[in-house]
Design a protein around this ligand. Structure first.
Ligand code: XMP
Length: 327
């Protein structure tokens, strides 16, 4: 499938039968393209790269080499899930790289959001290229490009994503889902047996928690954010309808809290966690759905248990004027 134009006759993949037909066709195409050569894939655990990994594992098994780079800015449980699903359940040839220290050291003291994005994007490419250089016999690079990436190459995603492929990784591309829309990728992922929380997961920015730990990232504030984010996801996912995107941000400010020690109130400075939940169809115009007050209170009660946090806010700003992310 080398054309970048979706044929008008191509049926929208909405059913298991259509997904199976697509999977069979892609397996045959991948086999024909790569033969017995090795293919490299940066596997983030997002739906697009996960579906590509699952397809390639079916087509070429161990000749797919997946590299999962943990930049330390992933959500709670994400690297563990990538290892569980791909290495343990699908027997993937998976290289896990914990590059947390490398990323956080480079980001230390950097508060400008675009600089943070550049550092994260640049460092990601460096780590990935270093891993690729250690491998022998790679001739192809798989990517989770989807149709909107081709159509909107100047859209929101392109605006945010820094860099791209390392120049030195001059491999032939394998892009089996490049003519699919997101909903079709999800149907294919479901049929390939990926877990629901991977297939239906909300959009998550490449720089991850890095752009939600507002200002210069510190490890303690980042850990507080990661815990708060896990609480918010867990509680919001109990609702009958989940918003399009929901997460926390943690501004680089402190406010006064009070705790009682032996009946005596002591004031101290702590962080404020911001809950953000939004609805949109295109990430350009965004509304804020109602969250039941009981859910907000449950989240608050859990979030204030996190060391260093003494305040919880709910961001009800729409886009415009606010962006979805705080940075
Ligand atoms: P904003 O904050 O611009 O976000 O309203 C719109 C959508 O883009 C996501 N986003 C990013 N995605 N890299 C990404 O891959 C980024 O640097 C980035 N920044 C924002 C954001 O989560 C929202 O879905």
């Amino acid at each position: 499938m080398s054309s970048n134009v979706r044929p008008e006759t191509m049926e929208r993949i909405t059913t298991e039968a259509l997904a199976n037909a697509f999977i069979d066709e892609q397996i045959a195409e991948i086999k024909a393209q790569v033969g017995d050569k090795k293919v490299l894939l940066a596997l983030s655990g997002g739906v697009d790269s996960s579906v590509v990994a699952a397809l390639l594992i079916k087509a070429i098994g161990q000749n797919l080499v997946c590299v999962h780079v943990n930049h330390g800015l992933l959500r709670k449980g994400e690297p563990e899930q990538v290892i569980e699903v791909f290495k343990n359940q699908m027997n993937a040839n998976l290289i896990y790289v914990d590059a947390t220290d490398r990323f956080l050291d480079k980001l230390a003291g950097v508060s400008d959001p675009e600089k943070k994005r550049k550092i994260i994007g640049g460092e990601f490419i460096d780590v990935f290229a270093e891993e690729a250089a250690k491998l022998e016999g790679i001739e192809f690079l798989a990517q989770g490009t989807i149709y909107p990436d081709i159509l909107e190459s100047d859209g929101v995603k392109a605006h945010h994503n820094v860099g791209g492929l390392p120049e030195e990784l001059n491999f032939e591309l394998v892009e089996p889902v490049k003519l699919l829309y997101k909903d079709e990728v999800r149907v294919v992922g479901k049929v390939l047996g990926l877990p629901d929380n991977m297939v239906y997961r909300q959009p998550f920015p490449g720089p991850g928690l890095g752009v939600r730990c507002v200002g210069a990232i510190t490890r303690d504030r980042l850990e507080a954010l990661r815990e708060a984010d896990a609480i918010v996801r867990e509680e919001i996912e109990k609702l009958p309808e989940t918003p399009w995107q929901y997460f926390c941000a943690i501004p680089d400010i402190q406010s006064t809290g009070i705790k009682y020690v032996n009946g005596k109130g002591e004031r101290y400075m702590g962080w404020a966690v911001v809950i953000r939940a939004v609805n949109t169809t295109d990430a350009v115009k965004v509304t804020v759905p109602e969250i039941p007050f009981a859910t907000l209170c449950t989240m608050r009660d859990k979030i204030v248990q996190i060391p260093g946090v003494n305040r919880v806010l709910w961001d009800i700003s729409e886009k415009p004027v606010a962006t979805i992310e705080w940075e």
